[in-house]
Design a protein around this ligand. Structure first.
Ligand SMILES: [Zn+2]
Ligand SMILES: [Zn+2]
Length: 445
């Protein structure tokens, strides 16, 4: 046994109406090395307990003036004395008294007459237990005493959840576990309103959660209909449940209209269930210049640099701006250092996107390629790390969650890439919070 586990000699208060018994107990405990005080009745016992704060009280259940169990109750209801060690002593083996003592947290209940070696052994046992079970007793300043503080998460606050953070195609395997392998999907919950951004494979898990609750209105904003942004829709459970009303928003400019695109991926040759089999009420809305208002949130959009009519979204809610731009090849073809100014001719081509993202509090945006990878991927619709960093600086974005991770980038690679991103931002003299998104990431705004 180490010295830290040895019983500590402490201060003991004896509450005992019979003087002979009290003296015997006192002598036995003092001989065992304890410091002892005596109280002749219940009231004195309670008063001395409050004044002297002993480590342990050994008291008779039947004491003059105040019953031992009432003393125990009073001690337990007071912040200063509630954790005090208690050994009850009883002249008769009343089961109810024993049970109540135990319920009130007495360490032990001994039958009188008590053999002194047994008393010392139980006292030693108490201090031995306390040395192991609780931190060393330290005297807490009077000013620090307060009612305990506890808090619970206010789930009604607006919050985002990332359900899919992989770009291009889902990934599986141990090497991808930390970031996850589902393709693009984000939800933003504001009170009763749920806005969903993209329907990559991550939307399946979101659908399972939503389907477990009563049907509601949902708003699904699609950035563009490449597979990794719509492939989860056929597995989105609320779409099959009567009572759910789902409005799908998307840009005009693809070969087909939005509804035809969703209907097309449910073609009988690709999938056994068709759009008509979905029991929810589905609406398809083309985006217009007008903002979409949902509850207290305002959703606007801007075109991104990506094959086809791809957009990014921005939500203004509760005084915060959050943007979702998972696919955006900022500064198409640029391989140089991230030092271009706003008035550089190349940067001027992106003025609308920079303006759109100006002063955004939280931007969820890609940086799919390392600069050297980008040399072989120009025109694929995705940014290099350094070009994405420059966008953050030019738009004065405050916080960046990187998403749309390349399916070739495993967890280890992504750790390195995140540190590289931070290094690039630092070299540019731009200080901002940046982290990598992962499937399941949840943040309250
Ligand atoms: Zn994509
Ligand atoms: Zn795409």
């Amino acid at each position: 046994m180490t010295s830290a586990l040895l019983p500590r000699k402490g201060r003991i208060l004896i509450g005992e109406g019979l003087v002979e018994s009290a003296v015997l107990m006192s002598q036995a405990l003092e001989n065992a090395g304890y410091q002892v005080t005596m109280a002749a009745d219940g009231e004195e016992c309670l008063r001395l307990a409050r004044e002297t704060l002993p480590d342990l009280i050994a008291m008779d259940i039947i004491m003059p003036k105040m019953h031992g169990l009432d003393v125990l109750r009073s001690l337990r209801s007071d912040l200063k004395t509630r954790d005090m060690g208690i050994i009850m002593c009883s002249g008769k083996d009343f089961k109810t008294d024993r049970d109540l003592s135990e319920l009130l947290g007495a360490f032990d209940c001994l039958n009188k007459p008590i053999a002194m070696p047994l008393l010392v052994a139980r006292v030693e046992a108490y201090f031995g237990w306390r040395a192991v079970a609780s931190p060393p007793m330290i005297s807490v300043p009077e000013e620090a005493r307060a009612e305990g503080f506890s808090c619970t998460l206010d789930a009604s606050r607006p919050h985002i959840e990332l359900w899919g953070t992989r770009g291009s195609t889902p990934t599986v395997g141990a090497k991808f576990q930390r970031h996850g392998g589902n393709t693009s999907c984000l939800s933003l919950t504001v009170g009763d309103d749920v806005m969903v951004f993209d329907a990559g494979s991550g939307i399946r898990d979101l659908g399972i959660r939503l389907a477990a609750h009563k049907p509601r209105k949902l708003h699904l904003f699609i950035t563009h209909p490449h597979w990794d942004h719509i492939q989860g829709f056929p597995f989105f459970a609320p779409a099959y449940i009567s009572g759910f009303e789902i409005t799908v928003y998307g840009a005009k400019g693809f070969g087909k209209d939005l509804e035809s695109i969703f209907r097309g991926q449910l073609d009988r040759d690709y999938f056994p269930v068709q759009l008509e089999d979905m029991k929810s009420t589905l609406h398809f809305r083309d985006l217009t210049e007008e903002a979409v208002e949902i509850g207290g949130a305002k959703v606007t959009w801007a075109f991104a640099q990506h094959p086809g009519a791809t957009v990014g979204y921005k939500v203004e809610v509760a005084g915060r701006k959050i943007a979702w731009v998972p696919d955006n090849e900022f500064l198409l073809g640029y391989m140089g250092p991230p030092t271009l100014a706003r008035d550089h001719p190349l940067v001027r081509n992106y003025a609308r996107m920079i303006l759109f993202l100006s002063d955004v509090d939280l931007l969820i945006h890609e940086a799919q390629y390392l600069p050297e990878e980008y040399t072989r991927k120009v025109g694929w619709g995705h940014s290099s790390v350094s070009n994405a960093c420059l966008l953050m600086k030019l738009a004065a974005v405050r916080r960046w969650i990187v998403t749309h991770h390349d399916p070739m980038h495993d967890d280890g690679f992504l750790e390195t890439k995140l540190n590289l991103t931070r290094q690039v931002l630092e070299s540019m003299g731009y200080s901002m919070q940046v982290s990598h998104g992962y499937d399941g990431m949840t943040e309250y705004l």
